[in-house]
Design a protein around this ligand. Structure first.
Ligand code: ADE
Length: 239
């Protein structure tokens, strides 16, 4: 997979080369390109924004600069992602869909946004998603790109040491993951739940499922509404 990011703050994307993502690059599992939007300006000030039509606070990013940048960076195989608080929500399901793409391009705008015609024009040639990572406002799309790229890349085959960890994630079955414990058995007078030390794997699976259901009910009841009824067994309904 190839990922390109266009931004006015290329240095903000440095973490893409660290840790898990850095190892995935070294091992040839992904290629990442980070591009400075200002390289596509033609004026001495290297201006990328202008006042909004209709008035109001803030500045809007100019369509000409973005148009040329995307013409150069995108190909016939690109899926373009534009992070914006006005987008549809990023989810684990979307992370899986992106992990199956050949080429993702992220266009980072400042939060007042990019001239909407840039999205309209790009959508004439490629799939374009305007995506929000949550109901809060960031200064620009860069931090959102770090979040999305990490969520996507860890799903690629060979990136995680143990592929089962991606399969057992929170959300993979529509529930939050329950608590985990390691040694010692008792720490600061707190004991690891007995069942986890029982060696009875059927019982352990049932306990983990109950914990996931309870935690989801307490913290994210909205997720339970979205659960497919068929995925619940009779014991689940008791929890
Ligand atoms: N840019 C600013 N806020 C954002 C958000 N919540 N999600 C994605 N991009 C953003």
């Amino acid at each position: 997979m190839r990922i390109d990011v266009v931004t006015i703050f290329p240095e903000y994307l440095q973490p893409l080369r660290a840790a898990l993502l850095g190892r995935a690059i070294e091992r040839g599992l992904i290629e990442i390109g980070v591009h400075d939007l200002r390289d596509w300006t033609h004026d001495v000030h290297r201006a990328v924004d202008d006042a909004p039509y209709g008035g109001g606070p803030g500045m809007v990013m100019k369509p000409q600069v973005w148009g040329e940048a995307l013409d150069d960076v995108c190909t016939e195989r690109t899926r373009l992602v534009v992070p914006t608080p006005a987008g549809r929500p990023f989810t684990q399901e979307l992370a899986h869909a992106y992990a199956a793409e050949e080429h993702l391009v992220f266009a980072c705008g400042r939060y007042e946004g990019i001239d909407q015609r840039v999205v309209t024009d790009a959508a004439r040639r490629m799939p374009v998603d305007e995506i929000s990572i949550g109901d809060y406002v960031l200064v620009g799309g860069e931090a959102a790109v770090l979040v999305m790229v990490e969520a996507v890349v860890r799903l690629l085959p060979g990136v995680l040491g143990n592929p089962v960890s991606a399969e057992q994630d929170s959300f993979s079955d529509g529930l939050l993951e329950g608590p985990s414990y390691t040694r010692p058995e008792v720490w600061r007078e707190l004991a690891v739940p007995e069942v986890l030390r029982s060696g009875n794997h059927a019982l352990i699976d049932r306990w983990r499922r109950d914990q996931a259901l309870e935690r989801t009910y307490r913290r994210r009841p909205d997720l339970l509404d979205k659960l497919d009824e068929g995925s619940l067994d009779s014991r689940d309904r008791e929890v």
